[in-house]
Write a protein that binds this ligand. Structure first.
Ligand code: HEM
Ligand SMILES: CC(C)=CCC/C(C)=C/CC/C(C)=C/COP(=O)(O)OP(=O)(O)O
Length: 299
């Protein structure tokens, strides 16, 4: 007989906030904002604000549903053990209702207040993160983040669509850029979090195929990522501000990726190259999208 689940008191608002993965989502929302600001048409500030709010709420909902589904894994990994569900600070039903309610609200609000195209892409990204990545692929294949990672690449498209009601070549390139950035971003982290994933039985690339393959794959994905990062400039979609920033920032990314790829065993660096690449990957995406907006507005 299964023991009855003890009734938990209502969770603190901070725990609901933690369910939305606020730190990761800042970059998701920022790329959405930059996608909107890079569009060739002005947006009414209220509509613009609403669109960004909806991306934030939708992404938060996706994060909550992800945590609802995988609290068993989160309970095993040191990095995630203190989350509200594995730590027993929140009732599972509450997390589920919060995620579904917030997700539905974000999509409907986007649809009614902004436009149907933005609402449709937001729906796809939430479903992609929750169903394709979390439920279907994460526990099955080391390609989980390659395919499922597409979810996190949609926000620039959503932001652009919120402004124009349409999609175009530049936001598609931005989608591809984040899509190709995700494997080096995540596998760099997975290299130094390998034992956590192994303990939880999650088939991340370093666990299944080993460190050597992961390092090579990071190097390989960096090549098309770099090409797509710079491409908007020669295509005339951006000016030299973005172009020069892209060349320099991407050059540094490539250098770090080569250091990760070449590393064979553990040397005594101040910081392991994979840790340096992971940290830089976040700063890199922030600055690249910032440079895009500066270029489109001031060039
Ligand atoms: C499937 C794709 C991805 C996976 C599996 C992944 C995984 C992770 C993990 C495990 C962390 C450590 C966070 C933590 O300590 O809880 C992290 C950090 C982070 N990720 Fe990703 N990520 C992915 C895609 C993205 C995307 C698309 C973005 C934004 C565009 C992003 C932005 C960030 C940021 C900003 C952080 C740092 C958070 C902090 O400061 O704690 N990630 N990522
Ligand atoms: C609606 C919308 C724009 C959604 C975007 C959601 C999205 C794909 C965000 C970035 C990806 C992310 C948080 C991965 C965490 O992986 P994980 O879930 O394996 O990490 P964990 O081990 O920390 O739970």
């Amino acid at each position: 007989m299964t023991p009855a689940t003890p009734l938990l008191p209502p969770a603190h608002w901070r725990d609901f906030l933690a369910l939305t993965k606020p730190r990761v989502m800042t970059l998701v929302v920022f790329t959405g904002l930059c996608g909107m600001l890079a569009a060739p048409v002005g947006v009414h500030p209220v509509i613009g604000f609403t669109a960004i709010l909806c991306i934030a709420l939708g992404a938060g909902a996706a994060g909550a549903l992800n945590q609802w589904y995988e609290s068993d894994i989160d309970a095993v990994m040191r990095r995630t053990q203190k989350r509200p569900l594995p730590d027993g600070r929140m009732d599972r039903q509450a997390a589920l209702h919060f995620g579904v309610g917030l997700g539905a609200f974000s999509v409907l609000f986007m649809g009614f207040a902004v436009n149907a195209v933005a609402a449709a892409i937001l729906t796809v990204s939430i479903l992609f993160y929750v169903l394709v990545y979390t439920v279907w692929l994460k526990r099955r294949t080391p390609q989980n983040i390659v395919i499922g990672g597409a979810a996190g690449a949609f926000p620039p498209l959503i932001g652009w669509a919120a402004a124009t009601g349409d999609i175009a070549l530049l936001p598609v390139l931005l989608f591809l850029f984040v899509f190709l950035w995700t494997p080096p971003h995540f596998w760099a982290l997975a290299l130094f979090m390998k034992s956590d994933y192994a303990a939880a039985g999650v088939p991340m690339l370093p666990v299944v195929s080993g460190e050597r393959t992961t390092r090579t794959q990071i190097g390989l994905y960096t090549i098309p990522m770099a090409a797509v990062a710079i491409l908007p400039w020669p295509l005339g979609l951006t000016g030299a501000i973005y172009g020069i920033a892209a060349v320099l920032l991407t050059g540094w990314f490539a250098l770090l990726a080569v250091r990760v790829a070449k590393r064979t065993t553990h040397a005594d660096d101040a910081m392991k190259p994979e840790k340096a690449l992971f940290k830089y990957s976040i700063l890199y995406l922030f600055v690249m999208f910032g440079a895009l907006v500066v270029d489109r507005w001031f060039a």
